[in-house]
Design a protein around this ligand. Sequence first.
Ligand SMILES: Cc1cc2nc3c(=O)[nH]c(=O)nc-3n(C[C@H](O)[C@H](O)[C@H](O)COP(=O)(O)OP(=O)(O)OC[C@H]3O[C@@H](n4cnc5c(N)ncnc54)[C@H](O)[C@@H]3O)c2cc1C
Length: 168
Amino acid sequence: MPPENTGHSVLPTSLCGYSAMLIHEMTEDECRAELGRTDFGRLACVRDGDPYIVPVNFSYDGQYLYGITTLGQKVEWMRNNPLVCLEIDARPDPDHWMSVLVFGRYEEIPDTPASQPLRAHALEVLQKRTAWWEPACVPNGENGRRPPIFYRIEIEQMSGRRGMPSAI
Ligand SMILES: Cc1cc2nc3c(=O)[nH]c(=O)nc-3n(C[C@H](O)[C@H](O)[C@H](O)COP(=O)(O)OP(=O)(O)OC[C@H]3O[C@@H](n4cnc5c(N)ncnc54)[C@H](O)[C@@H]3O)c2cc1C
């Protein structure tokens, strides 16, 4: 697990001797704002000590990250071990970047009567984003179209860092 987010500590580093970069520890609110601004990240899971990471779309409702997928390796692995890490990042230019890591727990939203309100909420949250269904639901050659699996990630811990040139 990462060290506790201390808020605004600033770490100067030197970049190959050319310029100094400030690395700003983002607050939880800043991390949450970035999660709300994007719809794409890398979802990592682990089974028996082996790592696996895939690009996914998601939507954030201010509390959970919601996604849609189909049965495959990552779902099998996350069912086996629901502890996941999701990463987002942005680098608008070579001198500015940010990344947020979410440590959380994978939770499926089954197609059962009891879960219909939650599935409806997931769908509503997901529909705010574009084309979320396309990569998740394209048929693959061997299996044909597979039923969608709705899931969410309960956020247990977050850390974020933002890099920018030093004024020095
Ligand atoms: C921009 C983008 C957005 C996406 N959004 C979603 C989404 O919201 N939901 C979703 O379910 N999927 C999404 N995908 C596809 C996703 O990355 C996986 O390819 C897909 O979910 C299948 O994963 P799986 O573990 O079920 O793989 P399986 O179909 O079980 O495949 C098993 C093997 O295929 C290989 N493999 C699987 N996926 C990839 C990959 N992306 N790149 C290279 N090799 C791979 C690995 O070697 C893996 O061991 C997105 C992909 C991209 C590029």
